[in-house]
Design a protein around this ligand. Sequence first.
Ligand code: MRU
Length: 353
Amino acid sequence: MSTREAFACHPDNAVIWHDDRLYLLDQRILPEEVRFVACNRALDTARAITDMVVRGAPAIGITAAYGVVLAARERFRADGADWREGIRADIELLAASRPTAVNLFWALERMRRLIDALEALDPTPPLLAEARTIHQEDIAANRTLGDFGAELIQGPTDIVTHCNAGALATGGYGTALGVVRSAHAAGKIRMVYADETRPWLQGSRLTAWELVQSGIPVTVQSDNVAASLMAGGEIGWVIVGSDRIAANGDVCNKIGTYALAVLARHHGVGFMVAAPSSTIDMGVASGAEIPIERRDADEVLLCGGKRVGPAGVAAHNPVFDVTPAALVDCIVTELGVLRQPDAEKMRALMEGG
Ligand code: MRU
């Protein structure tokens, strides 16, 4: 692929491996600027995840997998055949970059398992092949689950989405926005209402940018508009992604998702969660066990670089919440669709039953 093709201005290009380097589309400065950050080491990659250059559960996992490739190259150059210990330390560094999205730990575990089985002198080529596979599998999963989700939509209708669960948040195509893309192609989407998603504004900055780039009708609304919009009776579905789904079907996603689920149930609007199976964590029994990231108070107290709270005030900034399974109408994955999810259905899905 030519450099020009690799860096084309396209939402699918959030995570790029090109010329032996990892490039991340800087999601902190979209939509004003399209610029890439280059990562040469595992340390750069972990910092980029923590600082939200790249964000969104599947994209974080894919990025971390490429981070392990960078670690392998660096450690093999420095330590030759004794590369294993150094890579293990770098994997710990990557694992500490963000706490909630399980795709991060899932991808690192997959890389770790390969490392344990490797006999090659230079670990870089097989680890790069695995990272590329993780990336390609995510895109394929999103296309499949996008089509599954679209089948559930009786169109044409309006939908509400929250945060960014699109191509930018994944290997490409998107989860919630993957469903939107497939449904739009089938003529089922009249309008996508994108919650702006305070405080980081993933909805207005990223989802709106991505849908405008893709020619899908989108309207940004402040987060507090959803109730009156649903009362108007034109909304068919709320469609969101997830950072971690527990073994009982509880769904952890961007703060504000739980409020939308309550509103959807009250107004008789469908509530759909779209996520690849790499987002399902059968190791946590319920949402109560999921670690919820808390970020800096300034994300709430500053807006567009301007202070919007008085000096000395505290800010409560949990960046995810948990929607109980009872409020979820369906979880759509590449393995199939679960209606009214519960522990038994989750187990059957993950065991292929
Ligand atoms: O803090 P972020 O921007 O990483 O949070 C992202 C979300 O909450 C997304 O909705 C979730 O990761 C699903 S992405 C397909």
